[in-house]
Design a protein around this ligand. Sequence first.
Ligand code: GLA
Length: 368
Amino acid sequence: MTRWFAPGRINLIGEHTDYNDGFVLPLALRHGCTTTLSAADEGWTVASAQASAPATVRPSGLAGRDDAPDWAAYVLGALWLLRDDGVDVPPIRIEVDSDVPSGAGLSSSAALVCSVVCALDDHLGLDLGPDGLLDLSRRVENDAVGAPTGGMDQLASLRGEAGHALFCDMRDLTTQSVPFDAAGAGLVLLVADTRAPHRHADGEYAARRSGCEEAARQLGVPALRDVTLAGLDDALGRLDDEELRRYVRHVVTEDARVLDAVEVLRAGRTEDLGPLLTASHASMRDDFRITVPEVDTAVEAMLSAGARGARMTGGGFGGCVIALVPSADVDAAGDAVRRASADAGFAEPALFTAEAAAGARRVSPASR
Ligand code: GLA
């Protein structure tokens, strides 16, 4: 029996920059998914503590994916892809159990996929190494599940480090741990899951991605990462389409905010992260247009209750807000968010505090 845990993530800053070859700064959460693998006599069986019934399928490549329930693709995807890569995957039972809220923008899917991939790598002795684990995890989501996501979530889940955010360059996929010690600065990273239903999130995500690619094409650059802040006005002047101009402005300024965020954290000026978070939110709301009233309301409530900065985290159209709040103001900020949401007739948000936790790891079969 082999057991692995992989966490969900919060993205501190750098939204929708990953698929533009840009920069992101996520951190791994203490919430995550545990995958337990054991040998079986026949077939591939997947059981989820969060799904009603286990599913057993005949071993196959990706071509067999229609035989499995949708949720099981996140688990079986790695098996299908390995089989297509020529790996002989024996009969196996896979049990998954996650405490990452799903649909909250906290990468419950990356936690699931990465824990399965790490457990398989270990169980089958594949020795994929850090790049291979990342590559297989990304292919599960992009090719097996069919979500055109950008790779940040899997990097954070695989490589997060306790007490640190993970600065990722999404062009060459290199990562550097950057100290993130909110408590040391008298601050708390407060998370409000607005529970806003994800409205058209998949289609809107794909539309943003193809819009960014179209803008890069019109500007004659490999990706929007190649437009500098100094060259932004010139680039905007060369685009006719107002929507594409807004996308470019978000991505270019967001990349710059990530670099600034890394600088302030490295200098130990955690509090100075606040204005960058708030500016990121404004950019997502006004230029990239991926926020919804529930998250805008939560951000405003956090700020008016004393947060040093606040923003939506994740792909958008619902999900969680994060805020850097002085320790003494945490209860007031939570109350303010709950009150503002109730006044607006929204669902009651779930609140929790987050610290940067460690990335994927083997756990002893006795635990969890
Ligand atoms: C989702 C995707 C990521 C990234 C974010 C937005 O979480 O899975 O790849 O694009 O949205 O920053």
